[in-house]
Design a binder for this molecule. Structure first.
Ligand code: 4AD
Ligand code: MG
Length: 461
């Protein structure tokens, strides 16, 4: 259908020709002698209107088909210049490929997103989720295109890891051990030497440490894959399984990192607006009326930039009543992030140079010895969408930071070696893909931008 629409617009090639379309019925309306079907074939956001008349042998059967039945229609494509759609299909033959039943849960009315989550296997057939998941697909392609056009090498980092990238401990354990009979030593400590890998392993929280290895070979690299966090935070922005894009660039510092992040975000927005115009129009009309203004504004301005210290000053001087009080040294909460980006800047803003105590061990220590070269990108409506930093490339400083933070250096021996054999200045960041999709579509819950969400106590489907 998408193809027909394109060609139809350009050359009228299919006009008055007999074509064949397979799709699912969205609605059927009939009178005694003729009927209309809104058919969606999945290749295009909008439906095609089928007109069928009682000269079809199976007219009665077709007229009674429940919504979501799958049919194959043969017919003549005719122009309908006065109607909403530029064309309709006058059926000469309709075959039923798969019957539906009248208890099909997605009837033609507005369903709440909460209800649709309980039928996650059917929701991609609704308008909203059809739009979300096509945009998600196009955005993923845009991201690969952006990095590939710049010569970045795509690295597939492992899902199962033996090290904790963020040092936050929110990891899912991977084991083949019998939970009812776990081998322990005399002290009662679990003996992982008996486990499949012979050591404790987890699902990755980030591909960064691995991708840094490849950065020291290819200079510009990125990963794009699933990551897992067992954070017990039941919010609209946290998922236990989410996808992350993590570029890493060598001979580069925090400024280069911010420039790359800004270029990437603008590229994705532009690409999606251009390649999913019907879907984006839908979001702007029905989900988030300010969406186009906001995205166009982003394309036409520079992102804001402030240091963490400046951000704390702004927050302390604001008249807003925050639930969490602000002091230099505290982590920014969602309410603070949203205040900065929605009330103060009214556009995306980078916050840089956070206190070392609240950031990961690998971030480069600044000359003040108190802050690290970190950058978070905050955006209106979502809050933190990117977390990144310049990395600590100085062997001794990195070692000292690991000691200070109580990490087992033995576990990171290979990561330390990257600093020993020609380590360069380098930087990188992680973009949360679901949060990016929320930002692009105006959808307000992370559960509604990932096909089968995994969150606290939810792993159905
Ligand atoms: O800020 P984070 O924890 O940074 C890292 O993992 C770095 N290793 C990335 C890097 O420098 N290569 O996570 C990066 C982003 C966040 O800004 C957020 O968008 C997303 O990942 N994110 C989550 N998205 C959904 N659910 C969660 N539980 C998330 N945790 C982080
Ligand atoms: Mg972060």
């Amino acid at each position: 259908l998408a193809e027909v629409k394109k060609i139809f617009k350009e050359t009228d090639k299919y006009l008055d020709q007999i074509i064949k379309v397979g799709g699912w019925i969205r609605t059927v309306r009939t009178s005694k002698t003729f009927g209309f079907i809104e058919l969606n074939d999945g290749s295009y956001f909008k439906n095609i209107q089928i007109v069928f008349e009682d000269h079809l042998d199976n007219f009665e059967e077709i007229a009674k088909l429940p919504i979501s039945s799958a049919i194959i229609v043969e017919g003549k494509l005719v122009a309908t210049p006065e109607a909403k759609q530029p064309f309709e299909l006058k059926a000469t033959k309709i075959e039923v490929e798969g019957y539906s039943t009248t208890d099909y849960p997605l009837q033609k009315k507005r369903h709440s997103f909460e209800f649709l989550r309980t039928i996650a296997h059917l929701r991609p057939r609704s308008n909203t989720f059809s739009a979300v998941f096509r945009v998600r697909s196009i955005a993923a392609y845009a991201i690969h295109k952006f990095f590939q056009e710049r010569g970045f090498v795509y690295v597939h980092t492992p899902i199962i890891t033996g090290s904790d990238c963020e040092g936050a401990g929110a990891m899912f354990r991977v084991t083949t051990m019998d939970l009812n009979n776990i081998p322990k030593d005399e002290q009662g400590t679990v003996d992982f030497s008996k486990d499949f890998f012979g050591k404790e392993t987890n699902l990755t929280v980030s591909g960064q440490l691995n991708v840094e290895s490849y950065c020291m070979a290819f200079k510009n690299v990125y990963t794009f894959g699933p990551t897992f966090r067992a954070e017990n935070s039941n919010t609209a922005r946290h998922a236990a399984e989410f996808w992350m894009i993590e570029p890493e660039i060598a001979f580069a510092d925090l400024e280069d990192n911010m420039e790359l992040a800004e270029d990437m975000m603008k590229y994705i927005i532009r690409y999606v607006m251009e390649h999913a115009p019907e879907e984006m129009e839908f979001f702007n009309s029905f989900i988030d009326p300010g969406l186009f203004d906001r995205l166009n504004n982003v394309l036409n301005s520079d992102f804001g930039r402030i240091t963490y210290t400046e951000a704390i000053e702004i927050l302390k001087n604001s008249v807003e009543n925050f639930e969490y009080p602000v002091e230099w040294g505290c982590d920014l909460q969602t309410e603070h992030e949203r205040y900065l980006t929605e009330k103060v800047f009214k556009k995306p803003v980078f916050v840089t140079n956070y206190p070392k105590e609240i950031k990961a061990f690998y971030m480069r220590l600044n000359d003040d010895q108190k802050t690290v070269a970190a950058m978070d990108l905050l955006v209106p409506g979502v809050g933190e969408i990117i977390g990144g930093s310049q990395r600590e490339e100085r062997y001794e400083v990195l070692e000292r930071r690991m000691d200070e933070m109580g990490l087992h250096k033995e576990d990171y021996w290979w990561y330390l070696e990257l600093r020993k054999y020609g380590g360069t200045r380098h930087a990188g960041f992680g973009l949360g893909f679901e949060r990016a999709i929320m930002y692009l579509t105006g959808m307000s819950n992370i559960r509604d931008v990932i096909s089968f969400p995994r969150t606290v106590r939810t792993a159905e489907f």
